[in-house]
Every structure is written in C-alpha cells, then in structure tokens.
Write a protein that binds this ligand. Structure first.
Ligand SMILES: Cc1cc2nc3c(=O)[nH]c(=O)nc-3n(C[C@H](O)[C@H](O)[C@H](O)COP(=O)(O)OP(=O)(O)OC[C@H]3O[C@@H](n4cnc5c(N)ncnc54)[C@H](O)[C@@H]3O)c2cc1C
Length: 472
C-alpha cells in the first residue's frame, strides 16, 4: 500500500510540518481518531489529520492535490463509509467553537461540535438547536445530509435553518457561503454531504423553545399489531405541531437497556410536540388506550432532554443499515411490515423504524436546497447490530426482505443521512437526476482534480449542460 512508500512518508512529514494540528500514521497516537462510531465500517486511511483550523484543511487539500491523494472528512463516524488506501482523513474534532448569541437566536459552531454541545449551550437561554434523534451526532455531518430531527414536522429540515457555512473547497479556497454569497454552494451544501467541500464552521438559527411534550411509549411485543395500527391512525392528518415515529425494537440484554426492553421484542411510539401538553396528550390517548405501556416515558420535557425521544445508543457499535422513503402507508403496509419484521418474523434487526415526514418538511424553504424528497410521507429505516460473533449476512438479507415487502409503498428513494454509503448506485437514490447533475457539476468546478472524490459524494454525472433546466 502507498503508506509503505518512503517518498510518501517523507512528503507526509512535510505536510505535518505545515500543520498547527497533528498528523498520525497507522500505529501513531491520533490515528485512532479514524475509528468510527459505526464499528462495522472499515476506515483505514493513509493518515489522519486532526485539523486545528481552516488553514490546516487548506494545507491538507493542497498537499493531496500535489501528490495525487484524496481527502475525506468526518467527526464521529455515525455516518462512516469505508475508507482505504491513498486517502487523508480530516478529523474535525478540534474545531470545537460553540458560541450562542441569545440576542440574534443564532449559534456559530466549529465543524467538530456535536449536537449535545449546542443543546447544552443554548438551553440556559431558552433556545433550541434543531438536532437529530441522537445528540452525539456531529452538527456538520448531520446538516450537510439535510437533517431530520424529532421536531422536523414543526420546523422543517434542520438545514433549512442554516445561515452560513465556512467552506474549504477541493482547490483549497476558504469561502464564506450564504444565501447571497456563493449561493449555488449554499444550495448544494444543504443535502449534498461532502460533495462540495469540507465545512469548517456553520451558523444556524436557534428556536425559542425550552420545553416540549414528548418522549416514548414502549409496549410489549404481544401488543404490536394494535399499537402499530393505532399509530398509523395517529399519523393520518396529524397537525404539524407534532412529529412521531414507530420503532420495532429487539434491544440486547445489556446493563444500559431498561429491563422491560432488554432481550425481547417491544415497540416504541416516539412522540415530540410543541402543542399544549393537554392537546398533545389528547393525540396520544388512543394509543395509550389500545394497550398498557411497559414504560410510559412521555411528558413535558426540557428541550435539553430531546435525545430521550429516540433514546439512541451512545456507545460505538457495528451497525448495518437500510433505508427507504415511502408514500402514504396503509394498514396493509403495516401488516406487511409486521409480517416481515414483527415478533413472529424471525427478524434479526435491532431496530425497524417508520418515521412520519410531511408538515413543515414538505414545504420548500425560502432558500432552496439540494434536498430532494419533500413529498415523501415516511422514511423507513432498519438497523442490525450483530454482536457476540453473530453473522452479518442474515441482517443484510433480511433488510432486502423488508425492502421487497415495502416495495408497493416505497418511492425507491432514500435520505442522504440514513444508511450512509459511498456506492454511486445508493447515492443516486438520494437525489433526483437534476440535483445529482448540478451537484456533480458544482463539484467539478470547485474540485477539478477530484481531491474530495471519496465517501458520500456526487460525481461522474457527465458535466453540466447549458440546456438543462435551471433549478435555483
Ligand atoms: C444513532 C444515529 C442516529 C441518527 N439520527 C439521525 C436523525 O435523527 N436524523 C438525521 O438526519 N440523521 C440521523 N443520523 C445520521 C447522521 O446525521 C449522519 O450519519 C451524519 O452524517 C453523521 O455526521 P457525523 O459527522 O457525526 O458522522 P461522520 O461519520 O463523521 O461523517 C459522516 C459524513 O458527514 C459528512 N461530513 C462530516 N463532517 C463534515 C465536514 N466538516 N464537511 C463536510 N462534510 C462533512 C461527510 O460526508 C462524512 O462522510 C443518525 C445516525 C446514527 C448513527
């Protein structure tokens, strides 16, 4: 492999000397930063560059362009994709500026900030950032994938609330990107993942929200059919002050898993509402009426506890994911889902989630973005976590069975943030043809040498054509 070459080693030392941050080769302290949260994904770059500032990113990108290497970027590895060979991995963890401006209700965040940092910094001001289900996820990885949070139907995509990015392009230029400056990049960064460059900081709006009504109701597997059908009824005409999802769970017997959920099949109804507690509670009453929860963890919560809605796992684990978007689900669809992933199905998946979309998400924001699927009704997501030597293959083949079972309702598309992939075919499902074309064309313009052509990026679309429709 290339990192055995003395020439490249010597060269990497020249890059090392340019950096304020640090560079680690395999076996050196700092290389372990490449180890992703998702332990199923091999991330073995030539070297890890722990950048200290945007200049370090510039040095890394320009060095890679000179030497024929490529550059990938990441923070937590929640959306890791395989990386091997001649790739420098930029780790953003040290870009940890987190400044909340309570007067303008905005936050300025380094690319290394994770959502919990922002939630905690904003909470004393009664303000809330639009994070995702897991507050351990990186802010920038989430926002560049558009960002579907627990209150998405109320506030829309989290990336609809970005004000500005600082970006290092594949040519090593540092750009401030807003709706008015480099507007085409502002369009593409919100949904295009790392296609258009490495974000070094971001400015976002904060919502005025100190509390919400929400959490999760957990039911026994024997109640899943009644609960699932009642949940689908809840989803019909649900006001946009409320967001919800249903998760079929098979959580392992671990100390951190509450005993009523450990080592058995359960179903969770996740719920987050900014309606008055009385109104929100009334919406949930029919579900509470069909069965008795084994855990009822829904009530008025401080926004700082938003992570409790999904209660996503925190510790790194090997995770195999599948995702698709669907049109309106019917009661037949629920029956099909339970047949393939319910308690009697032999499903090896740890989580099978259906998340209701629509509401504010369905409306185009003031400044359009590269997010494509505002018309989808639900997103379906499977997560298999084979542990203790369990086989991976049954998880993967079962995910295909879920896909087949749901195909009558599937749109054939998926979200850029769910089931991350570097596979061009899977990436193509995340965008419509026009958006993929424009993302690819913008990437060619700002990264002609293909330095950043690694990971979940859109390239190889045949170049821009003046004849194509204008999208911005
Ligand atoms: C448990 C769990 C819960 C999740 N919940 C949600 C959810 O509710 N809603 C949702 O929308 N998504 C969710 N996700 C998906 C998550 O938002 C994406 O995987 C996101 O990309 C993670 O970003 P990261 O930086 O933490 O991860 P990483 O794996 O470090 O990065 C993933 C990708 O993000 C991009 N990226 C990261 N940093 C930068 C940067 N500085 N510049 C440019 N691109 C960058 C790159 O393409 C990189 O390959 C969840 C994932 C997990 C594992």
């Amino acid at each position: 492999m290339a990192f055995h070459s003395p020439t490249i080693h010597a060269d990497l030392n020249s890059l090392r000397s340019e950096l304020t941050g640090s560079l680690a080769l395999p076996g050196e302290p700092g290389y372990e930063l490449a180890t992703p949260w998702n332990l199923a994904v091999p991330v073995r770059p030539l070297a890890v560059v722990e950048v200290h500032d945007a200049r370090d990113v510039v040095s890394t990108v320009r060095y890679a362009a000179r030497t024929g290497l490529r550059v990938a970027v990441g923070r937590t590895g929640h959306g890791a994709v395989p990386i091997e060979g001649d790739v420098l991995f930029v780790h953003t963890g040290r870009l940890n500026t987190c400044v909340v401006d309570a007067d303008t209700r905005t936050a300025r965040l380094g690319a290394g900030v994770i959502w919990q940092d922002v939630v905690d910094a904003a909470a004393p001001h009664g303000l809330a950032p639009l994070c995702g289900s897991s507050t351990a996820v990186g802010v920038v990885g989430f926002l560049t994938g558009a960002g579907i949070g627990p209150l998405v139907r109320t506030f829309g995509l989290s990336s609809d609330h970005v004000r500005a990015f600082e970006l290092v392009t594949g040519e090593g230029d540092i750009l401030r990107v807003t709706a008015d400056q480099h507007a085409e990049l502002f369009w593409g960064l919100r949904g295009g993942k790392s296609t258009l460059g490495i974000v070094t900081s971001v400015e976002i709006d904060l919502m005025q929200l100190s509390h919400f009504y929400g959490g999760a109701l957990y039911f026994a597997g024997s109640d899943v059919a009644a609960v699932a059908h009642a949940w689908l009824d809840l989803c019909t005409d649900l006001p946009e002050h409320t967001s919800t999802s249903m998760a079929l769970l098979q959580l392992p017997s671990l100390p951190q898993v509450p005993p009523p959920l450990a080592g058995r099949f359960t179903v969770a109804i996740r719920f987050a509402s900014v309606a008055s507690p009385d109104d929100a509670e009334a919406l949930l009453a029919p579900i509470r009426g069909v069965a008795t929860p084994v855990i009822d963890a829904v009530g008025v919560l401080p926004y700082a506890a938003i992570g409790a809605v999904h209660a996503d796992p925190v510790d790194p684990m090997p995770s195999h994911e599948f995702s698709c978007l669907t049109e309106q689900l019917t009661h037949d669809a629920i029956d099909e889902l339970l047949a393939v992933a319910g308690p009697e199905s032999g499903s090896p998946q740890t989580v099978v989630e259906a998340r209701l979309l629509g509401g504010a998400l369905a409306r185009e924001p003031r400044h359009r973005s590269a997010f494509c699927h505002r018309d989808a009704a639900f997103t379906l997501f499977t997560v298999g976590v084979p542990v203790h030597g369990a086989e991976v293959e049954p998880v993967l083949s079962h995910a295909e069975l879920v896909a087949q079972a749901m195909s009558p309702w599937s749109t054939g598309r998926s979200l850029p943030n769910f089931a991350s992939s570097a596979d061009p075919e899977r990436i193509a499902r995340m965008y419509d043809e026009d958006t993929a074309h424009w993302l690819g064309a913008l990437a060619e313009e700002h990264d002609p040498a293909g330095v950043l052509q690694v990971g979940p990026v859109v390239r190889d679309v045949g170049g821009a054509s003046a004849e194509r429709g204008v999208i911005m």
